[in-house]
Design a protein around this ligand. Structure first.
Ligand SMILES: [Zn+2]
Length: 831
């Protein structure tokens, strides 16, 4: 039967959608395939149709129960024979599925990647070879990504036993780097690559530079317009989401993983039904949402990667009608991401300390952490990273051991470094996207490597159609500005120049004493020239002595720019800097706007310009020390601590450890590790004579507060440790919409526990509680830590509560759990 007939008879479609047919043919012919296609473009059909065409049973490996259930339901409804095996089903159901598989009565068998870890399961599969293997959400296999699932890494080892079936890997989000990683990890044989469908014809993409304090007001104004709703707004933290939702009022609600499931469900339901018009969400929102008429997607902060950004704006305009996406960003966003990076990637020395304690036996993570006296967050991250590097394994209960075939430490250290660099490059790419002067849609398509697209301008974005941008206003240049624009063109005649140098030269020459002597205004002129096609900006990089890659831009004339003789082209329009269209009524000139972005260097110069000579000297010494410290372990300088922390240290110049601990960005761990050195440096400076008494230490000058606020979005002004910034885990690792099948996420301990060894009685109780937890988790189909985190379990063992009231007082056990599991726990404790 040919594929069209099959498509028609099985799925009822008259014809293939764009790009589907070629993929189906390749897979049906038995070729390995990597398919990268955005959500909603008809990706699933590309493995389902070939599977039916080839006969036999297709094995589908999928990381999310919700995805599996959804696909299985649809296929069953189409009259196909489907079975699933995942932790949400009973043992009997799983056994039946295995029997049916071996009997050859199934057309599709869906499993979670973790299932491959179950003893004898891979062997069972190999007894009757599948006719096709589909790996959904294949980007999870790549250690590069956020969604990385350790169990995906070992999949490649099991596949050879299941061959000769073709393997088709599918994902909605993979850059060329991740694509290569997928191919390597899965050991695909000369796969056909299909990367298609990233162009969205109905999206008008806008990117607006706006300082953080103005973003909520801007968003509120934008969404006042009825035609801009329904809307999804992505905020960088739970707190930011709550704040904005309350600013927006009535028809808006916040949505994040910190809300209880019932509230989340209600928000989703009301948004789908239209009762709620705006959802202000962290990234946990949208996985399970298919609302077709979302008119606007707003980002109130720079997303962490272009992949994430693309997925999120993709939720606008699924109905094909014109829709708009607006990204708000400024230089401060870059700093926020640097801060997250530092927080999320512990120092390699931490990883080494953890790795040194691992043995071939599984050990309780809490005990290991206590032996190391490491902060829970650092410890958890270190374990997570070791797993990602293949140096450690974790079992279903969250216990850790050294991986059997762990790479040598030099190898995983290198891998970890690469991972950090990759993460950094993702942020760089996102910043570049926001700052780039090219068609936004073409830039996105290029990012995903959809080379067949042709990269033609979209005609809707703020680059292609500046006059129709809602968030940004443009205007004709004045005569004086025309003169300035021409001066820039002349300076570029016959040569490519770094924009920084070009600015320095012109601001002391033809642009002297004009607003364009200011870098920001000068950049607006460059931007306008780029937009009208007279010059091009090329991004280039160099590595500074601290090992950080610095990105800069070079400008050159285009053919049009070189041959321009008459008047400037009419489409040469200047951006009203920082002036949102929605607030244009209020102020006519942009000068009233707060001073916002400066370039990295300018900002640093600005910060350090106010330093006293003592502070300058301390800053230099701290930098030097940081460099040496970084070099010792071969890690980048920012891992020791970032520039903003360094700045805080300079201003506070702490003389004691307790003073040091009040410096924003310095936690207990850093104080322990670097405290002695830092105090010594600060004291040396203080005793060297020149102390500026107008700038008392520890008490913060207003300067500190503003600098700190810029770097750490939610830092309190009081001299305390920074409030933890909550960033949502990606949906795959969160419980927001879909419960992951089995993940390696563990509940965190809230405070370090005292080191205690268990008495024989306690050991017995510990064992009984674990058995009970296992039974509960199987009964509910949830991972163990959903029932009880290991730390909490430990607390219960130590306290041995006899009543519900006693149980309630145990740390880590919320009311909800007491209600749900309390009687069971008390029963275990009292027997
Ligand atoms: Zn465009």
């Amino acid at each position: 039967m040919n594929l069209e007939t099959l498509l028609h008879q099985t799925f009822g479609f008259a014809e293939f959608r764009a790009n589907q047919e070629a993929v189906c043919r390749a897979a049906t012919d038995g070729r390995d395939v990597l398919l990268v296609m955005p959500t909603g473009a008809g990706k699933s059909l590309c493995y389902q149709l070939p599977a039916i065409a080839r006969g036999g049973t297709a094995l589908v490996i999928s990381p999310l129960i919700a995805l599996m259930d959804d696909q299985a339901t649809k296929l069953t409804a189409a009259g196909l024979r489907v079975a699933r095996i995942h932790s949400g089903l009973s043992r009997d159901e799983a056994r039946q599925a295995c029997r049916d598989y071996l009997d050859g009565t199934l057309q599709f068998l869906f499993i979670a990647p973790e299932r491959m870890r179950v003893p004898n399961f891979p062997e069972m599969l190999a007894r009757r070879k599948p006719s096709l293997i589909a790996i959904d959400e294949a980007h999870c296999i790549s250690a590069w990504g956020h969604d990385f699932r350790p169990d995906y890494r070992t999949l490649g080892d099991f596949l050879p036993a299941l061959r000769p079936a073709p393997v088709i890997a599918l994902t909605a989000t993979a850059t060329p780097t991740v694509q290569r990683d997928i191919i390597t990890q899965l050991k695909l044989t000369q796969p056909d690559l299909f990367i298609h469908g990233f162009r969205r014809h109905n999206l008008a993409i806008e990117v607006v530079e706006l300082s953080k304090p103005r973003r909520n007001e801007f968003t509120a104004n934008l969404l006042k317009e009825k035609s801009n709703r329904p809307a999804i707004v992505y905020a960088p933290s739970r707190k930011a989401a709550e704040d904005l939702a309350s600013t927006l009022g009535g028809s808006a609600a916040a949505y994040h993983a910190g809300l209880d499931p019932a509230t989340r469900e209600r928000v989703q339901r009301h948004f789908l039904s239209g009762n709620l018009e705006v959802v202000v969400a962290t990234i946990a929102f949208g996985m399970g949402i298919d609302k077709a008429d979302v008119r606007t997607v707003v980002h109130t902060a720079l997303p962490g990667s272009v992949e994430q950004y693309y997925q999120e704006i993709g939720r606008a305009g699924r109905d094909g009608k014109p829709s708009r996406t607006v990204l708000l960003h400024s230089f401060a966003d870059r700093k926020m991401h640097d801060f997250f990076l530092e927080r999320d990637y512990p120092a390699i020395t931490d990883l080494t300390r953890v790795a040194a304690l691992l043995t071939s036996d599984y050990q309780m993570p809490d005990l290991l952490r206590q032996r190391l006296q490491m902060e829970a967050e650092t410890f958890d991250k270190a374990v997570e990273k070791l797993i990602a590097q293949g140096a450690a394994n974790i079992d279903m209960g969250g216990n850790v051991r050294a991986a059997e075939d762990a790479p040598r430490s030099a190898a995983w250290r290198k891998g970890y470094d690469e991972q950090i660099n990759f993460r950094r490059s993702q942020i760089d790419r996102m910043v570049q996207f926001a700052e780039s002067a090219q068609c936004r849609m073409a830039a996105l398509i290029q990012h995903f490597g959809d080379t067949d697209d042709g990269l033609r301008p979209c005609g809707h974005c703020d680059f292609c159609a500046p006059l129709s941008a809602t968030a940004q206003t443009f205007r004709q240049p004045t005569t004086e500005e025309e003169r300035q624009l021409r001066a820039i063109l002349r300076a570029l005649d016959g040569q490519t120049r770094a924009t920084g140098k070009l600015h320095t030269e012109l601001s002391t020459g033809p642009l002297r004493n004009t607003p364009a002597a200011e870098r920001k205004v000068f950049d607006t002129l460059l931007d306008a020239l780029t937009r009208s096609g007279l010059i091009t900006l090329i991004t280039d990089q160099w590595t500074n002595p601290e090992g950080n890659v610095v990105t800069y831009k070079k400008a050159a004339l285009t053919h049009e720019g070189r041959t321009l003789t008459g008047p400037l082209p009419p489409d040469l329009l200047l951006k009203d800097a920082g002036q949102a269209a929605t607030s244009r009524k209020k102020s006519g000139t942009s000068n009233k706007a707060k001073p916002s972005k400066a370039s990295l260097k300018a900002e640093r110069d600005q910060t350090t310009a106010a330093y006293t000579p003592t502070q300058k000297s301390l800053e230099a010494n701290l930098r030097e020390w940081r460099k040496t410290e970084a070099a010792k372990t071969g890690k980048p300088a920012f891992i020791v601590f970032g520039d903003s922390v360094l700045h805080n240290l300079v201003l506070a110049a702490p003389q004691t450890i307790s003073q040091l601990l009040t410096v924003s960005g310095i936690g207990q761990e850093k104080a322990d590790r670097y405290g002695a050195d830092l105090i010594a440096l600060c004291r040396a400076e203080a005793t060297s004579g020149i102390i500026d008494s107008s700038n008392p230490r520890v008490t913060r000058s207003p300067n500190v507060t503003s600098a700190t606020t810029r770097a750490l979005p939610h830092t309190k002004e009081s001299p305390s440790r920074p409030e933890r910034i909550e960033v949502e885990r990606p949906a795959f690792l969160s419980t927001a919409n879909s419960i992951p099948t089995e993940t390696f996420t563990r509940q965190r301990a809230t405070a370090p526990d005292p080191i205690e060894s268990l008495t024989p009685d306690q050991q017995a109780l510990d064992e009984r509680l674990r058995d009970w937890r296992k039974a509960e988790s199987e009964r509910l189909g949830l991972p163990l830590f959903f029932v009880l985190a290991s730390t909490t379990l430990r607390n219960i063992v130590l306290a041995r509560p006899q009543t519900l009231t006693q149980l309630k007082s145990i740390q880590g056990l919320g009311l909800e759990k007491v209600e749900k599991f309390g009687p069971g726990i008390i029963e275990v404790c009292t027997t």
